[in-house]
Design a protein around this ligand. Sequence first.
Ligand SMILES: [Zn+2]
Ligand SMILES: [Zn+2]
Length: 1019
Amino acid sequence: MFENKELKTGIRQLDEMLGGGLPSGEFMLVGGRPGMGKTSLLKQIMKNNEKTACLYLSYDYCFDHLPLLVEALCRASDYDCFVVLDDLDQFKVGEEEAGFRLKVIAKQFNIPVIGAVKLPRDLERRKDKRPDICDFHKGFMGMEPDVEAHADVILGLYRESYYNMDYSVEDESKKDEFIVVKNRHGKTGTIDMSFDGRKRTWEEVLLKYSLYKPGIGKKDVADEKRVELHTHTKMSAMEGVSSPEALISRAAEFGHKAIAVTDNCVVQAFPEAFRVAEQLANKGTHIKVIYGMEAIIYDDESNLQSHAVLLAKSQKGLKNLYKLVSWSHLESLHNNTPCVTKEKLNELRDGLFIGCCTSRELFQAVLDGKPEETLRNIAAFYDYLEIQPTETFLSVFENDKTITQEQLIEYNGVAVDLGEELHIPVCATGNVFFCDPEDEVYRRILMHGRGMDNADDQAPLYLRTTNEMLDAFSYLGGKKAYEVVVSNPGRIADNIDIIQPIPRGIFRPHIKGSDDELQDCVRSRAMEIYGDPLPVLVSERLERELKAIVENDFSVFYVIAKRLVEDSEAHGHHAASRGFAGSSLVAFLAGITGVDPLPPHYICPVCRHTEFFTDGSVGSGFDLPDKVCPICSSKMKGDGHNIPFETFAGLNGNKVPDIDLNFAVGYRPAAQSRLCFMFEDDHVVSAGTVAAITEKAALQFVGKYATDHDLQLSEEETSLLARGLTCIKRSAGRHPCGLMIVPARFEAEDFTPLQYCDGDGECKEITTHFNFCDLCNSCLKVDILGYAVCDMIRRLEKDTGVKVGDIPMNDPAVRSLFVSTDALGVTAGEIGCSTGALSLPELSTPLALQILERCKPESFSDLIKISGLSHGDGVWFGNARELIEEGVCTLKDVAAARDDIMIYLMEKGLDKETAFRIMEITRKGRSGQLFTDELVNRMRDKNIPEWYIDSLKKIRYMFPKAHTAAAVINAVRLGWYKLYYPKEYYNTCFSIRGEHMNEEEAAAIAKEARCRGVDVDFA
Ligand SMILES: [Zn+2]
Ligand SMILES: [Zn+2]
């Protein structure tokens, strides 16, 4: 009798959201504060349907007479009509609830019904005055509060122009909004509108896609609230779009007591989830994170896949979950997808809840009409059964258009019956992929970018409130719906422990006797160099460092580094520390670094006579001229770069050592094997990373979407959208040189699952599943880098027969290379560079060359300064450069590395604690906030010049001196080979570094070589 059709509102986007228009048999409720244009909208809809019969009633009408009138209209129009009721809140209502009656009228006559209400004043007290579902829920004068529960669609109207006095005509288009807060047909969200106050009409803001609207302040108003047991975060690679933070915070705002994180096949969201819950708890909001995963079960026999959601009940269950992740990633990849099997699940199911996902297995059996016995057998494997709202559920069968809503409802009914029969709880879940309904836009853009044709067809996979979920299951009846939506998931959450995804504390590997090994080695080495008894200055520093190292249990760090370096040297490969190690005398004596941190000194290699310079008159021991030993007349050697231990180990020596080691590129794999041998293979794992969509890629995704849809997005919209896409996981990767060490008494899965570095087994290197940053606080990370300078040194030693250790560090001709080209026998004009530093490590970057040219370094300590100046931020430009140029100070006095500050301030008489504090504040670039008047006055009291204090204030970042010293040592050594063995040097340079040089650099070096008569083989 009735033909189903939709009433077009004439607002294109609204009609689209409703699936073509308001369907027959449905009730749409429009609400807003007075002056928001409700009546105008109703009239506009009527005008848009002027050929269709319409019953329009307004104000003070008595509900009881309504059915009769509607019936008359329907008869007269042959049921081609619709009903519009304005000022519903002013209607006289009888016994029955109004919302229910309107819904009944719509259903009974199968016509569209639209009603408009004035929303309560409360909403204007909020900062964000946009109507939300609660405003509709609060009830209206004379109406039952649940009018909203029976509406199929709820539309809130909002006009910025009404509230905002600064409102100008130009931005008019941006300011008004239709907010679809409820939509039985799927998407809710905001549509940008423009209200023409003169014509009293609403217009869509065309081309202004309502793509992004920050939180509309949705609330969950239920007394007892649901728990979501199935959410995907951005770690569900290229699928999920919301961060764990967004989802967990939203659930907490709703007042949910728990929320599960269940990404596809991975658990990489756990560390962030844990942090978020902890931060919320610190602010007084407690929400339990349930750590879980959506696993793919692969059945070998049938080759079929189904899904299960695994939830860790206890710490034990979490470890089993990690083992399943490792196993599926390492042993059970099917088409690059990590899968589990039911056998493996059974083996490791202790401590896990296994939920039957609304996936093929049980559903297909129901569809195929399998006997109940079969259904019972399938269901019995699980601890709980999931059912989903039909529109969410439908998205699981995206590629199968034959599946109907009725079948899904039928399935949900079967699942409920099975659960009852087998006493397996049935839980309603939302298969959440984003936080708010409007976030679907990110997934839409993402899917479109991945080339999926149905990208624009996003299911409402957002985090639902309790009432939204109850509503979706109302067909089960109130009691049953409550059980599956609220009671059962709540009970599961209550039976889950509070779990820690990564153990807290420091878990270092253990090497038996490492304290003794380190102490014995460095003490005997000290005596070898400095004689027995040791000079007081040496023994004091050595014992102070050893005490801090042993007390803090750091020996193992040094022993690992020592053994690796020894091993490398034993194989003829030079190794070098980088970073901080040169700040430690223990590290120097253990052979980990070639940088001696003691004050500058002479040392006699024969009788061990020493002469120290502690008054600041000498910058570096390498600057000391040759001198004959006053005791035994041997030629003495200069060393010592004056680097405090504090920059490495902190004021109290308790900072965890950060030892990076450089090995020859050719030897790096061997160094890694050596480390694995030290701690057993399966306890040394490459540091994993998680690669996310970059800002650039995100902009490309948005750009492609806009182009393909003929959308003109403003710059602001584009960047907002792109921001929502960055950080979505793209793939797994690994740190280029980091290795994590799991202590012998643990298994890797006590900390992290394992996987192949690219996730799909193409590369067989095993990495941590978690991003290494999340593990660094618990486990030791050792960086083993490949450093071409080490390869060059090995090659030059071989080709020239000169050992690197025999190269004098104070050769004036080599020093002159950093000032002029004379020693090379060429002119600046010939080679296009005013110094001979080209190709030397760290001192030949464009900036370093520029500083060399201006500063004309006279000493080794000047070179260290220049290396520091070229590496820092806020150190050279606008700071040291100006000070030196204006003659305020010389290179010797500027702060170029962290240590310079501490040393300078202490030489001026400031105490160590204050000097350390000022150094730390400065190097972190925080002087703006932390240089108090008191601190500055303490410097002034010691006559620290104003220019120095001002200079510190401009610094944003600084390198440690140990690092620059190590770099300059290498530069001087290679400079020596370059000067005296040009042929060997240039050939080595090109054969080892050639392919990594840019064309310009290579051409400049080749030109220099040719000018010096060396014909290099360089195309
Ligand atoms: Zn899912
Ligand atoms: Zn001597």
